[in-house]
Design a protein around this ligand. Structure first.
Ligand code: XIL
Length: 344
């Protein structure tokens, strides 16, 4: 071999050993490279468990607390803030240069009794603004985006009659978003909901109208969340989803897929698994392909610890990892797509 060839090969080997060859890149590195926010919801204990930690480190660049930041957990009584679990998660994410997302302030579920017993507009505004300001001030610059308001609509696209609606009135959304913007002007603020993915359905159209109204009136909203709790048996309607994503883009809003899971009716069959893989793949292609999208966040990573069988009896197998926390075919399919291989 010529001396120059040997020199070239040794330089190449040196570069490969320093940077890792492309094939050995972790999914997280591949996602970073594609500018994809690839996220996962976590429970407080997940960031303390060595096996889970390595799954999180190797795969995701954003974490969202599945329950830890919800009102009942972070402030179980009015005078007691339970910061420690959230502090741990935020520190965990920071140490690994992962983004952290906050979920959620305004919601009709998982609130403590003192929230449900609010009576007057004044006391409700005082408590809501205190909650938002306290959390966002503590994590200023450390939490990248928040689901400020969650699930505010009924299935027909009208406003849900929640404690916030009853006590404050419809402008609770304005108050929540304005308070959030003031508390941390750099955080991205999201309006989040489910069954809002397909343009032309009553809830999605109501959700669009609400987001547009907020935006038109100058309420500080940056993006919308489509939760995407889907069923494998319902094929993803790409056309209606794209139409929806793009109409938010026209308003200057980004679209995040915020709580993806694709549940399968028991028992699992090869055919149903193929449908599920197809659904996940289509969402990923759209997340990567649309200029105002780019966030693919999943709601739980393994079938072993899933919220699905409790919430939807008769369903399961909704996530990327199985009952033994081992990656399933859908995991590898998404990895391929993130790596730039087209879906079959
Ligand atoms: C779910 C959690 O996953 C469960 O562990 C908990 O028991 C109930 O809430 N929409 C949301 C999430 O915005 O906060 C919900 O999370 C799932 C539906």
């Amino acid at each position: 071999m010529k001396r120059t060839t040997i020199l070239f090969l040794s330089i190449l080997l040196g570069i490969i050993s320093l940077t890792g060859c492309p094939g050995s890149r972790s999914v997280r590195e591949r996602a970073d490279k594609r500018n994809l926010t690839y996220g996962m919801s976590v429970q407080a204990g997940d960031v303390l468990d060595p096996d889970t930690i390595s799954i999180l480190e190797d795969n995701f660049n954003l974490l969202v607390p599945e329950n830890t930041m919800k009102w009942v957990n972070i402030r179980p009584t009015k005078g007691f803030w339970n910061w420690s679990d959230m502090d741990n998660m935020v520190a965990f994410a920071q140490k690994r240069k992962m983004r952290m997302k906050g979920h959620t302030f305004v919601w009709h579920q998982q609130n403590p009794p003192y929230v449900y017993s609010l009576k007057t507009r004044e006391e409700a505004i005082a408590l809501l603004t205190d909650q938002i300001t306290s959390v966002m001030t503590r994590y200023k610059g450390k939490i990248y985006e928040y689901d400020v308001c969650n699930e505010v609509l009924n299935e027909d696209g009208t406003m849900r009659d929640t404690i916030w609606y009853k006590t404050i009135g419809p402008d609770y959304l304005d108050i929540a978003f304005r308070t959030a913007r003031a508390a941390d002007p750099d955080a991205r603020l999201i309006l989040n909901d489910y069954s809002n993915e397909y343009a032309g359905t009553p809830k999605a159209d109501g959700f669009y109208a609400l987001a547009k109204d907020l935006k038109d009136r100058g309420v500080p909203i940056d993006g919308v969340g489509l939760q995407m709790h889907l069923m494998a048996q319902d094929p993803v309607s790409e056309e209606a989803l794209l139409e929806n994503v793009r109409r938010f883009g026209d308003l200057g809003l980004f679209v995040s897929f915020t709580e993806i899971d694709v549940r399968v009716a028991n028992p699992l069959t090869a055919e149903k698994e193929a449908e599920q893989i197809d659904a996940y793949s289509k969402l990923m292609e759209i997340a990567l392909g649309e200029k105002n999208a780019g966030s693919f966040i999943m709601w739980g990573f393994s079938d072993k610890r899933s919220w699905i069988p409790r919430a939807f009896p008769g369903f399961g197998f909704a996530h990327l990892y199985d009952q033994n926390d081992k990656p399933k075919p859908v995991y590898f399919r998404l990895k391929d797509i993130i790596s730039g291989k087209k879906a079959k």
